[in-house]
Write a protein that binds this ligand. Structure first.
Ligand code: ADP
Ligand SMILES: Cc1ncc(COP(=O)(O)OP(=O)(O)O)c(N)n1
Length: 276
């Protein structure tokens, strides 16, 4: 049986993030990947120079073409651009009864380019989050969702719990990559019952373009294969960690992670701790 995963996201011409990172990740993890492109970005390792949104009708037709013929064992969303596109995607996902939806609430690139219109945030929270089995914000995205700063919370776990409620009671993976410099980096999953901490050593590199997309795509691939959420995140973080470790300099700026690194490295530097 062929396992399939779909990504609904923007295209990154530089090949490090967006649709390109998602499809590379699906392929590396043995899952057949399909795509629904929401926007085309002209982008490289230095930043984004242009964004062209795809017409809603074309987004709908891409989704229908794939789902009615190939199907999807899990679906991931990335850059969704605006309200209109989020509403259309939420409608498609519910009409076609997508059960394994992972939402990466992409808002702004690390280089500072907006990938989501500011007035679309509320629609993302109210219409798309409730359909998901997991939402994966980084710290700036979490701050935007909560209208609070990281400093307003003592521990990252407290912020993850607040996010769970702000996201309508959907499991949240709060990624800690933007935490002030620390030797170890921690992400927190809060499921409503349990908090799980995923910790890995900080890698001294500037080549982290596409980390968020790759992480969410790897989680999606493992979920498509039937792995339980807590373990899917652990396995995805292992995949991502070696991809960051072995990132090659590509371009003049923040280079992309190396999606095939897991083929050569099986050493796990990731630790998982379930808090009771
Ligand atoms: N320099 C680094 N060393 C090790 N892991 C990193 C590094 N930078 C990011 N990560 C990991 O990449 C994942 C995504 O991180 P984050 O930067 O928070 O999200 P985003 O890429 O969406 O901005 C997290 O698991 C984080 O720990
Ligand atoms: C088209 C597109 N989608 C998403 C992103 C953001 O990528 P992400 O992995 O979250 O982080 P950075 O690459 O911004 O560090 C993107 N750049 N382009």
């Amino acid at each position: 049986m062929t396992i399939k995963a779909m990504t609904i996201a923007g295209s990154d011409s530089g090949g490090g993030a967006g649709i390109q990172a998602d499809l590379k990740t699906f392929q590396e993890l043995g899952v057949f990947g399909t795509s629904v492109i929401t926007a085309i970005t002209a982008q490289n390792t230095l930043g984004v120079t242009d964004v062209h949104p795809i017409p809603v009708l074309t987004i709908e037709e891409q989704f229908k073409a794939v789902i009615t013929d190939i199907g999807a064992d899990a679906v991931k969303t990335g850059m969704l651009y605006d309200k209109e596109r989020i509403e259309a995607i939420a409608d498609l996902v519910s009409r076609h009864q997508v059960t394994n939806l992972i939402v990466d609430p992409v808002m702004v690139t690390t280089t500072g380019s907006p990938l989501l219109k500011e007035d679309a945030q509320d629609t993302l929270i109210k219409k798309l989050f409730p359909l998901a089995i997991l939402v994966t914000p980084n710290i700036p995205e979490a701050e935007a969702i909560l209208s609070k700063k990281r400093e307003d919370f003592d521990k990252l776990e407290d912020m993850a719990k607040a996010l769970y409620h702000a996201c309508g009671g959907v499991p949240v993976l709060l990624k800690g990559g933007h935490e002030a410099r620390a030797e170890f980096m921690t992400d927190v999953l809060f499921t409503g019952q349990t908090s799980v901490l995923y910790t890995s050593p900080r890698i001294d590199t500037t080549h982290t373009h596409g980390t968020g997309c790759t992480y969410a795509a790897a989680i999606t691939a493992f979920i498509a294969q039937g792995v339980k959420l807590e373990s899917a995140i652990f396995k995805a973080k292992e995949f991502l960690h070696v991809a960051i470790e072995q990132a090659k300099p590509v371009g003049e700026g923040a280079g992309p992670v190396h999606h095939s690194a897991h083929r050569e490295s099986s050493i796990s530097d990731v630790n998982m701790e379930v808090l009771t």
